[in-house]
Design a protein around this ligand. Structure first.
Ligand code: SD4
Length: 324
């Protein structure tokens, strides 16, 4: 797998100081330091997705459009088993997708447990802009997708079906998101106007119970934006992110003056504190503040994120809370 082959090569030692998030940022004092060069960051080594967002931002596109364009790259990628086409199905063999978006004005939209439609981040934006609601789920979301002329597509690829059939042979219902099995895309963009927006798209926990929803389509958990402060997005074990409302927590910590890095650290610590002993699941956050500072933290090693700025698109290894 592309991500894993990268991980063999990437070490924290290889990260140049210039790429590490700056510290000492104070939300209160930052306005004079704000420069509006476009920035796109996204979870994992989704190089093409992040480059797509970066290119859109450079050509003047707004942050929300750019974030959705990035999500679409992974939604269409059959090799990614945690997003869109080719996503792992639920335990009954049905792929269902979750997504949300949030813009710089605090508007948001989400779709939950959507079957047979691939572009769920765009659909979430349509919920935001074309309905009086914030979330649509299941059959209602699918009906809305048909009304909006989204093409219906089977999402279970032969490869994902084969993996599910193998899983059924030893079926033990103990689903967990560890370092090996998650690649949700969460994207944060800052456009030329200096506005921040984001998107998050996933097929969720592999072999989940039908109807299970994680953090990814839940505003405040999988994604949160406050354009006065910044944004945050999560990947990993959604149940644990929801219990601590992780992305909202990070943005609120930044509002109180924490750097994005400090805020991500504290959000991960909040999860760890609730566990008895060392957790075996993975959670990772990335965050971007209004001044363009970036933070990222994960529980277990292996998480990376992409950073596009000044026409360069880099993959950056993230320091783990547990140095396992
Ligand atoms: C979930 N957070 O549904 C998502 C899964 C994930 O990469 O991030 N997978 O819990």
């Amino acid at each position: 797998m592309k991500r894993r082959s990268f991980l063999h090569k990437a070490t924290l030692a290889g990260v140049a100081p210039a790429m590490l998030p700056k510290t000492g940022f104070s939300y209160q004092k930052s306005d004079s330091t704000i420069t509006n060069d476009p920035i796109a960051i996204c979870t994992w080594n989704f190089e093409q997705a992040n480059a797509t967002a970066g290119k859109a931002l450079m050509s003047g596109d707004n942050a929300l459009n750019a974030a959705i364009l990035a999500a679409q790259v992974e939604e269409e990628n059959p090799e990614n088993s945690t997003v869109g086409l080719g996503g792992a199905p639920d335990r009954d063999g049905q792929v269902s997708l979750d997504a949300c978006v949030m813009d710089h004005q605090g508007n948001c939209g989400a779709v939950l447990a959507v079957e047979n439609f691939v572009h769920v981040a765009a659909l979430a934006r349509d919920v935001m802009t074309k309905t009086p609601h914030v979330m649509l789920s299941g059959k209602g979301a699918e009906m809305f997708a048909r009304e909006q002329n989204y093409p219906s597509t089977p999402l279970l690829t032969p490869q994902a079906k084969k993996a599910w059939e193998q899983w059924k042979e030893t079926e033990k219902y103990q689903p967990i998101i560890n370092v090996e099995n998650h690649d949700t895309i969460g994207v944060l963009c800052r456009d030329k106007e200096g506005n921040i927006s984001g998107a998050c798209s996933t097929s969720g926990l592999g072999y989940k119970m039908k109807g299970r929803i994680g953090d990814s389509p839940i505003i405040g958990s999988g994604l949160f934006i406050d354009n006065e402060v910044g944004g945050a997005v999560a990947t990993g074990m959604g149940e644990e992110v929801v219990k601590t409302v992780g992305s909202f927590l990070i943005v609120e910590l930044m509002r109180q003056g924490k750097t994005p890095q400090e805020a991500c650290d504290q959000a991960i610590e909040r999860i760890i504190k609730k566990q008895q002993g060392t957790p075996n699941f993975q959670v990772a956050y990335i965050a971007l503040d209004k001044a363009g500072n970036i933070g990222a933290r994960c529980i277990h090693k292996g998480f990376t994120y992409m950073h596009f700025q000044n026409n360069s698109n880099k993959n950056i290894a993230v320091k783990a809370y547990i140095n396992s």
